[in-house]
Design a protein around this ligand. Structure first.
Ligand SMILES: NC(=O)c1ccc[n+]([C@@H]2O[C@H](COP(=O)([O-])OP(=O)(O)OC[C@H]3O[C@@H](n4cnc5c(N)ncnc54)[C@H](O)[C@@H]3O)[C@@H](O)[C@H]2O)c1
Length: 256
C-alpha cells in the first residue's frame, strides 16, 4: 500500500524528542524522506538511526545539529536537505521551549531567549524553506503553536505571546504563498505527555495524570495523537486547507 507521504521530503525541527520524534517516525512509515534536526545532536541522531532501522537501512533519514534561532544553521539545513534528497515538500516547525512565570518574574533574558526560538525560529524556517518549496511546485508548512496561543493562561505571558505570534505569522505567510501552492497551517495542542507537560504539572503542583483527568476526554494528549494531525496537514489529503489553526486538546478549549 502507498504511504501518505510517498516521494515527499520533510524537515522536522526539534525531532530528537517528544512530538517531533514521534512525527518523524510516522512520516518515515508513511514513505517520506525525513530530515531530523535538533539542537541536541545526539537525540536527532537517535531518531535518524531509528528511522533507518524502520526502513531497512535505506537512506531515508538525515540528521543535522540545528539551532533554529540561528540563520546560518537554516542555510545549512536547506543546503544539506536539497543536496541529499533534491527538494523539500514539508516543513514541521516544531522546536520550541516552555517557560512558565508570573509577569513580573519574567526577565528580559527569558523573553529574548524564548522568542528567539519559538518565534524567530519559525520565521527563519519559513523564510529559508518556502522559496525552495515554491521552486518545486509547492509544499506544506506546519507551525507548532499551542492552546496558549489562543487564550490567556496563568503564568503564560511569554510563552503565550510566542504562540500567538506563530498563529498569526502562519496566516500571513499562507496568504502570501497561496498562489505558489505552499500551504501553511498551525497546530494548537493542549498538554501532550512530554517533558513540557511535566513542567506544566510541576508548576501547578500536580501530576500529568491529574492534569489529564481535568480534560473533557479524561486524559492528556499523547505524541501519537499530534503526529496523526501533522501527517494529515503534511499530506495531500489536506490540499484545500491553508492559513488555519487546528486545535488538538481533548476538548479543553471547548468548555466554558
Ligand atoms: N507538550 C505539550 O504539552 C505541548 C503543548 C502545546 C504545544 N507544544 C509545542 O510543541 C512543540 C514540541 O513540544 P514537545 O512537547 O515535543 O517538547 P520537547 O521538549 O519534548 O521537544 C522539543 C525539542 O526541541 C528541541 N529544541 C529546543 N530548542 C531548540 C533549538 N533552539 N533549536 C532546535 N531544536 C531545539 C529540544 O532539544 C527537543 O528535542 C513545541 O513547539 C511546543 O511549544 C507542546
Amino acid at each position: 500500500m502507498m504511504g501518505q507521504l510517498e516521494n515527499k521530503v520533510a524537515v522536522i525541527t526539534g525531532g530528537g524528542t517528544g512530538i517531533g520524534r514521534e512525527t518523524a517516525l510516522l512520516f518515515a512509515k508513511e514513505g517520506a524522506k525525513v530530515v531530523v534536526t535538533d539542537i541536541n545532536e545526539q537525540a536527532a541522531a537517535t531518531t535518524g538511526e531509528d528511522i533507518g532501522e524502520l526502513s531497512g537501512g535505506q537512506d531515508t533519514a538525515l540528521h543535522i545539529k540545528h539551532d533554529v534561532s540561528k540563520e546560518e544553521d537554516w542555510v545549512t539545513v536547506v543546503d544539506e536537505s536539497v543536496r541529499t534528497f533534491g527538494k523539500i515538500d514539508v516543513l514541521f516547525n516544531n522546536a520550541g521551549i516552555y517557560i512558565i512565570k508570573p509577569l513580573v518574574e519574567t526577565t528580559l533574558e527569558d523573553w529574548n531567549r524564548l522568542m528567539s526560538i519559538n518565534v524567530t525560529g519559525v520565521f527563519l524556517g519559513m523564510k529559508h524553506v518556502i522559496p525552495v518549496m515554491a521552486q518545486h511546485g509547492g509544499g506544506s508548512v506546519i507551525n507548532a503553536s499551542s492552546v496558549a496561543g489562543l487564550r490567556g493562561v496563568q503564568g503564560h505571558v511569554l510563552y503565550g505571546a510566542s504562540k500567538g505570534a506563530v498563529r498569526i505569522m502562519t496566516k500571513d505567510v499562507a496568504v502570501e504563498y497561496a498562489k505558489q501552492n505552499v500551504r501553511v497551517n498551525s497546530i494548537h495542542p493542549g498538554y501532550i505527555n512530554t517533558g513540557m507537560a511535566e513542567l506544566g504539572a510541576q508548576a501547578a503542583r500536580t501530576t500529568t495524570e491529574e492534569l489529564g483527568k481535568k480534560y473533557p476526554l479524561g486524559r492528556l494528549g499523547e505524541t501519537k495523537d499530534v503526529a496523526q494531525l501533522v501527517l494529515f496537514l503534511a499530506s495531500d489529503n489536506s490540499s484545500y486547507m491553508t492559513g488555519q489553526e487546528f486545535v488538538i486538546d481533548g476538548g479543553a478549549t471547548a468548555r466554558a
